[in-house]
Design a protein around this ligand. Structure first.
Ligand code: HEM
Length: 447
C-alpha cells in the first residue's frame, strides 16, 4: 500500500491557489499525482482529493463503517444556509430530512415545471432589444431563481417574492469575484465593517431575506391552506415519529439551502451551455435542426428527450463541472483505496473536475465534444456532475430539465452572438466554478 502523495507547494501557497486559481491548482496537482493527492487547502489541515473512477465508486458505495458522509467539513456554508441545513446535518437526522425533501424533486413531479421554465425563458429573453449586450449568467440566474421560487416556495410573482429575489441576487453576487469569495474561506475576514463591506453587505442581505421568510411562514400558518403542493408546504406539514414538525429556524435554513444550492448552480450551467453552443456554431446548427424535427410547439417533455440536446448538456457539465468537488466523506477505519493507505479521521473528497479531465476516460478532455456522449456510455463514477450516494444532489432532475429547456427555448427562438472572441475561462464563484466574465453576449433578435 502506498502513502497518498503530497504536493510540492507549501501549505500557504496551496490555500491561496485553491481559492484564487482552483483550476490551475487542480491541473498542476493532477500532473504530479493523477489519481489521488493530499490537498493542503483547509484551515484545519489536508483533504484527500480522489480523481479516479474506481476510487470514487468505492468512496460513494461503501457503507457508513468505511466512509461517513458527515457535515463538519461543510461549515464554510453555514453563514448562508445556517446550521440546520441538509448540508450541515448528518447521520439519521440527515437521512430523515432527505426522505422528506426528495419526493417533490422526482421525475414525474418535474413535468409540471416544464411549461413554466419555457414561459419564463421567453418572458425574460424577449425583453432584450436588438443589438443589446447582456451577460448570459445574469439572464440565466433570473430564470433559475424564479423557477426555484415557484417550485420550492410556491410563491407567485408578488411584492414579497420580488423583494426576496432582489436580496438573494445581491447576496449571491457578493461571491461574483474571487476576492470576495475568499471571505467564505478565511473566517478572519468575516467582519461587519458596515453596509459597504462585503461581509457587512452579506449580513444585511441575509437579515432582509430572513425577515421575508419568517413573514411568509407566519402568513402560511394563518392561511392554513392544505391544497398547496409546493415544497415549503410539504416541509411545514411534515411530522416525525414523535409527531414533531420542523421548527421555523429549520424551515428557514432548508429554504436557504434549496434556493442557493438550486439556483446558483443551474444558472452557471446554463450560461456555460450558451457559451459553448455559440463558441462552436456548428453545434447550434445541429441543435436547431434537432429541435425543429419535433415540429411546431413541441411539448417540453419531448424536448427534454432529445439525444443531441442531452449530449450538449452533459458535455457542458463534464468540461467545467459547476461543483468541482463532492461533499466530504470521513474515513472511519484503516482502509485501502485504489492501492493507497487511508487512516481513520482523514477527509476524502471526490474531485469531479479532475475526474472529468481524465484523458484515459475522455480523450482530448479540453475539447467540447458532445458526440462523445452519443458514441459511448460512461459509468456513473466516470461522469459525476451531481455526486452520488448519501449526499447525491437532490435537485438533479430539476437542474437537467431546466438546462435543456432554457437552452432549447433560446436556441430555437432567438439569435444571440458572443460579444468577445477570446475564450471564456473558468473561475471560482463562491464554492463553485463559473465562467469568469459570466459570458458576455449580444441579442440579435427573434428568429
Ligand atoms: C447544474 C446544477 C447542479 C449541480 C451541478 C449540482 C451539483 C451537486 C453536487 C456535486 C452535490 C454534492 C453531491 C455529493 O457530495 O455526492 C450536490 C448536492 C446537493 N444539491 Fe445539487 N447541483 C445542482 C442543482 C441543484 C438543484 C436545482 C438543487 C435543489 C433545488 C440542488 C440541491 C442540492 C442539495 C440540497 C445537495 C446536498 C444533498 C445532501 O447533503 O444530502 N442542487 N449538488
Amino acid at each position: 500500500m502506498q502513502l497518498i502523495p503530497r504536493l510540492k507547494q507549501s501549505s500557504l501557497q496551496q490555500k491561496f491557489q485553491w481559492v484564487a486559481k482552483p483550476v490551475e491548482y487542480m491541473n498542476s496537482a493532477a500532473k504530479h499525482s493523477p489519481d489521488m493527492f493530499l490537498a493542503d487547502i483547509a484551515p484545519q489541515g489536508s483533504y484527500i482529493f480522489v480523481n479516479h473512477p474506481e476510487g470514487m465508486r468505492q468512496m460513494i458505495t461503501s457503507d457508513r463503517s468505511s466512509f461517513f458522509a458527515g457535515s463538519k467539513d461543510n461549515q464554510i456554508l453555514k453563514p448562508i444556509v445556517g446550521e440546520n441545513s441538509l448540508l450541515l446535518i448528518e447521520g439519521d437526522r440527515h437521512k430523515k430530512r432527505r426522505k422528506l425533501l426528495l419526493p417533490p424533486f422526482h421525475g414525474e413531479r418535474m413535468q409540471s415545471y416544464g411549461k413554466l421554465i419555457c414561459d419564463l425563458t421567453h418572458n425574460i429573453v424577449s425583453r432584450l432589444k436588438p443589438n443589446q449586450s447582456f451577460v448570459a449568467r445574469q439572464i440565466s440566474q433570473t430564470i433559475s431563481l424564479q423557477v426555484i421560487f415557484e417550485a420550492v416556495y410556491g410563491l407567485q410573482d408578488g411584492e414579497r417574492s420580488q423583494a426576496l429575489q432582489g436580496h438573494i441576487n445581491k447576496l449571491t453576487n457578493i461571491f461574483e469575484s474571487t476576492l470576495t469569495s475568499a471571505f467564505l474561506f478565511f473566517p478572519l475576514l468575516q467582519k461587519d465593517l458596515g453596509a459597504w463591506s462585503p461581509w457587512g453587505n452579506l449580513i444585511r442581505q441575509r437579515q432582509a431575506i430572513d425577515e421575508g421568510i419568517y413573514q411568509e411562514l407566519a402568513d402560511r400558518r394563518q392561511e392554513n391552506n392544505s391544497d398547496r403542493s409546493d415544497i415549503l408546504s410539504l416541509m411545514m406539514s411534515a411530522k416525525d415519529e414523535e409527531g414533531e414538525g420542523l421548527q421555523d429556524i429549520e424551515l428557514r435554513d432548508e429554504l436557504m439551502t434549496l434556493m442557493f444550492a438550486g439556483h446558483e448552480t443551474t444558472a452557471t450551467a446554463i450560461a456555460w451551455s450558451l457559451y459553448w453552443v455559440h463558441r462552436q456554431p456548428e453545434i447550434r446548427t445541429k441543435l436547431r435542426a434537432e429541435i425543429a424535427s419535433l415540429g411546431t410547439d413541441p411539448e417540453p417533455m419531448e424536448i427534454a428527450q432529445l439525444p443531441y440536446l442531452d449530449a450538449v448538456c452533459k458535455e457542458t457539465l463534464r468540461i467545467y463541472p459547476v461543483g468541482m468537488l463532492t461533499f466530504p466523506r470521513e474515513v472511519q477505519k484503516p482502509l485501502e483505496l485504489i492501492g493507497y493507505k487511508l487512516e481513520p479521521g482523514q477527509i476524502v473528497m471526490g474531485c469531479i473536475y479532475l475526474l472529468h479531465q481524465r484523458e484515459d476516460v475522455y480523450p482530448e478532455p479540453n475539447k467540447f465534444k458532445p458526440e462523445r456522449f452519443l458514441t459511448q456510455e460512461f459509468s456513473p463514477y466516470e461522469f459525476f456532475p451531481f455526486g452520488g450516494g448519501k449526499r447525491r444532489c437532490i435537485g438533479e432532475a430539476l437542474a437537467k430539465l431546466e438546462m435543456k429547456l432554457v437552452l432549447a427555448t433560446i436556441i430555437a427562438n432567438y439569435d444571440l452572438e458572443l460579444l468577445e472572441d477570446k475564450p471564456e475561462s473558468p473561475a471560482r464563484r463562491g464554492v463553485t466554478l463559473a465562467p469568469k466574465t459570466g459570458v458576455k453576449m449580444i441579442f440579435k433578435g427573434k428568429i
